[in-house]
Design a protein around this ligand. Structure first.
Ligand SMILES: [Zn+2]
Length: 224
């Protein structure tokens, strides 16, 4: 097995493999985030990422409703925080089979998403390089891989007056010779963030996930 099918139709990475924001995972006894979080609309369909056998499904202590599929050559994939499971232990699936529906079940999650893990002989590895891009086809736009996080989390199209605000902010920044990316503009204009926060790399995972008022209200890490 050398490739994985993307498990959702609408692909956007909310948190990559290997990060350890605010030492969140160290506090849980993990070296870092051991999988990839895909944004997943509540109730959206979840697909098997390769052929294999369902070896476990049901409630996990932290992962909520989850599925484990064993593939050839020591590979296995895990899917957590689900709403509903459409397979049972012992089922044989192929890539693209509907196996469940996404949600936000389990501990430490702050929004609907799929936590996807790949293990090879038990070792948790970064699945990003194994996704088969030929599956992108017409169902997933490759551009979505790089789409701004805050675009997905809180950009709602340009609200009334938004474009004028955007121009005003760009004019102010232009005078200071600051030329932010589209993602940063989004945070400044629609997220209510100030330039100091957006310039601060340590704040990235906050402003890219939440509007400023959401953050002040939640005071928690905006993902798991
Ligand atoms: Zn995760």
């Amino acid at each position: 097995m050398t490739s994985l099918r993307l498990p959702l139709k609408d692909i956007f990475i909310a948190q990559p493999f290997g990060v350890n924001y605010f030492n969140f995972y160290q506090k849980m006894g993990l070296p870092y985030h051991p999988g990839v979080d895909f944004r997943a609309r509540n109730g959206c369909k979840l697909y098997a990422s390769n052929r294999g056998k369902v070896v476990r499904c049901g409630a996990y202590s932290d992962g909520g409703l989850g599925i484990e599929i064993q593939h050839p050559e020591g590979w296995s994939t895990f899917y957590y925080h689900l709403k509903k499971i459409s397979v049972k232990v012992g089922d044989i699936v192929i890539a693209g089979d509907l196996i469940g529906y996404c949600d936000n079940t389990g501990k430490y999650t702050t929004g609907d998403h799929l936590h996807f893990e790949l293990r090879v002989n038990g070792e948790k590895i970064n699945p990003a390089g194994y996704f088969n891009k030929t599956y992108l086809g017409d169902e997933i736009n490759p551009k979505d891989w790089k789409k701004s996080r805050c675009y997905h989390r809180y950009y709602r199209g340009r609200p009334k007056g938004g474009y004028i605000n955007e121009l005003k902010i760009l004019a102010i920044l232009g005078k200071k010779k600051i030329y932010p990316t589209a993602e940063k503009i989004n945070a400044l204009v629609y997220g209510g963030w100030d330039i100091e926060a957006v310039k601060n790399d340590n704040m990235y995972w906050i402003w890219s996930q939440l509007k400023k008022d959401e953050y002040l209200e939640k005071k928690e890490i905006p993902f798991n």
